[in-house]
Design a protein around this ligand. Structure first.
Ligand code: BES
Ligand code: MN
Ligand code: ZN
Length: 500
């Protein structure tokens, strides 16, 4: 898809998109289009239910003399409620519709509604972001009927007055979209292709180019570090486990202690010897969604040269049940020194994260650490695909994460923690067991992770099992199974709070 910004001009071909506010109030561009079409929009309003509500569309096929193929009048809703999110959803839904219609070209000429909380350059950039996020496809493995799957829409133009400011705003969003696309690619990739080693290789290849320092540790190195918890998970797989360490040093104050992101990278989760059912195993290629979010975030930060020092650490493993596999009842020793009784080999994500968390804190002494993981089915029961679960020992960090999530439409919901939940992890023979009881599964998992937080460091855990991929209806800005969830909220958190 070719995306460009241009000063408003006579639209010559393709679809022309203009806006109306609630109450069918045509914006100036819409009035211009109406006039050009000989009043066809006004006539259309009289014979349709269109009222200008957000999301509504009135489409007319343009008279031949006009040059354009069609005009779409899109509802902007109440001017005071119109913002970047609304602009993105608008562009995405229009593009979806035009794609179905077989249109190849579109020009958006959306005026900032009166009273809106957005300025023209930002509006243009967010329209572009909506178009961009919607244009993502993953068709590498199709050999047939590509026509059906590839986007028809080839050329998207955003009409805007202030080109310089728009390009600056877009450069930032484009960096984020790039990070999201890489994260989506990794989540969508099948597990026979994306082994831990392959994932590490791709991260190194893509992120090194942007100035991110990438180190990949193998099993021998992890063994030396004492990572018995992570290694136990990968021990039933033919494929080698990896720890990938990414460093972006964008702060001008070189001594600045970094912030840290840690991701669960289970490239395939069969459950191990506590084997999942057939249906329960489907989609478990996406169990590295937390790692993908961390990778995509590091890419976005580097691509937009964020003025921050950030580290990303991901534990990449495959959870498989062979003769060398870890058994339920095994006891492993983590890098922290704490021992864990593994009563269910399907509660593997926390075992991976435990050592990744210890490594990250001891090596980098970060000012905070946030981990992301497709950790529990229980969080899907609780929150569905609408919110990720947030667990934290720190109110300030939590509130910043909640605000960032709201701002970029990746919302999170804070869940409770406490000593009574921690008791769920008491083991008969070791320091803890890796599962709780039948209830509060997501909280028990979070309590487990908190046992690996050192020095009262601010820590947050995002359980993204419900949002990293989508099996039902697709969200407007997330057109494929893998969503890339997490890149945007983390980038926003950094941009709003932690840059020089
Ligand atoms: N990767 C799964 C969690 C998951 C389940 C993500 C479904 C997305 C969809 C995780 O490793 C897991 O298996 N968790 C178990 C924990 C249980 C054994 C305590 C679960 O949620 O059932
Ligand atoms: Mn599991
Ligand atoms: Zn898992």
């Amino acid at each position: 898809m070719e995306l460009s910004f241009a000063a408003p001009h006579a639209v010559g071909s393709g679809a022309w998109v203009v806006g109306a506010l609630e109450g069918s109030v045509l914006t100036p561009a819409a009035q211009k289009a109406d006039k050009a079409a000989g009043g066809a929009l006004s006539r259309g309003l009289k014979v349709s239910k269109f009222t200008g509500k957000s999301g509504q569309i009135l489409e007319i096929l343009a008279p031949a003399a006009l040059g354009v193929s069609r005009i779409l009048l899109v509802g902007l809703g109440k001017g005071s409620e119109f913002d970047g999110n609304k602009a993105e959803n608008l562009a995405a839904s229009i593009n979806g519709r035009l794609n179905t219609a077989g249109e190849s070209e579109v020009t958006f000429e959306i005026d900032v509604p009166k009273g809106a909380r957005i300025k023209p350059p930002a509006l243009a950039a967010h329209l572009a972001m909506g178009a961009q996020l919607k244009s993502y496809t993953f068709n590498h493995y199709r050999t047939k009927n590509l026509d059906e799957y590839e986007t028809k829409l080839k050329k998207v133009t955003i009409a805007t007055g202030e080109l310089g400011d728009v390009r600056k705003a877009w450069a930032k969003l484009e960096a984020i979209a790039g990070g999201m696309f890489f994260a989506r690619d990794l989540v969508n990739e099948p597990p026979n292709v994306l082994s831990p080693a392959e994932c590490g290789k791709r991260v190194k290849a893509n992120l090194s180019k942007l100035g991110v320092k990438v180190e990949v540790l193998g099993e021998a190195e992890m063994k030396k570090l004492g990572m018995g918890s992570l290694l136990g998970v990968g021990q039933g797989s033919e494929r080698e486990s990896q720890l990938v360490v990414m460093q972006w040093n964008g702060s001008r104050k070189k001594s600045n202690e970094p912030i840290a992101f840690v991701g669960k990278g289970v490239c395939f989760d069969s459950g191990g010897l506590s084997l999942k059912t057939g249906p329960g195993m489907m989609g478990m290629k996406g169990d590295m969604g937390g790692a993908a979010a961390v990778i995509g975030t590091m890419q976005a930060l580097a691509a937009r040269k964020a003025k921050v020092n950030a580290v990303g650490v991901i534990g990449l493993v495959e959870n498989m049940p062979d003769g060398k596999a870890q058994r339920p009842d095994d006891v492993v020793k983590s890098m922290s020194g704490q021992t864990i009784e593994v009563l269910n080999t399907d509660a593997e994500g926390r075992l991976v994260l435990a050592d990744a968390l210890t490594y990250t804190q001891r090596k980098f002494k970060p000012r905070f650490v946030i981990d992301l993981a497709t950790l529990t089915g229980a969080i899907i029961m609780a929150l569905g695909p609408e919110h990720a679960g947030l667990f934290s020992n720190d109110d300030k960090l939590s509130n910043r994460i909640i605000a960032a999530g709201k701002a970029v439409a990746e919302p999170v919901w804070r869940m409770p923690m406490g000593p009574n939940y921690d008791k769920l992890l008491r083991s008969k023979i070791a320091d803890m067991k890796n599962i709780g009881g039948p209830n509060a599964g997501s909280i028990a998992a979070a309590q487990f992770l908190q046992r690996f937080v050192e020095d009262k460091r601010p820590w947050a855990h995002l359980d993204i099992a419900g949002v990293a991929w989508q099996d039902g209806e697709h969200k407007a800005l997330m057109p494929t199974w893998g969503t890339g969830w997490g890149v945007r909220i983390l980038n926003e958190l950094v941009a709003e709070n932690y840059e020089d």
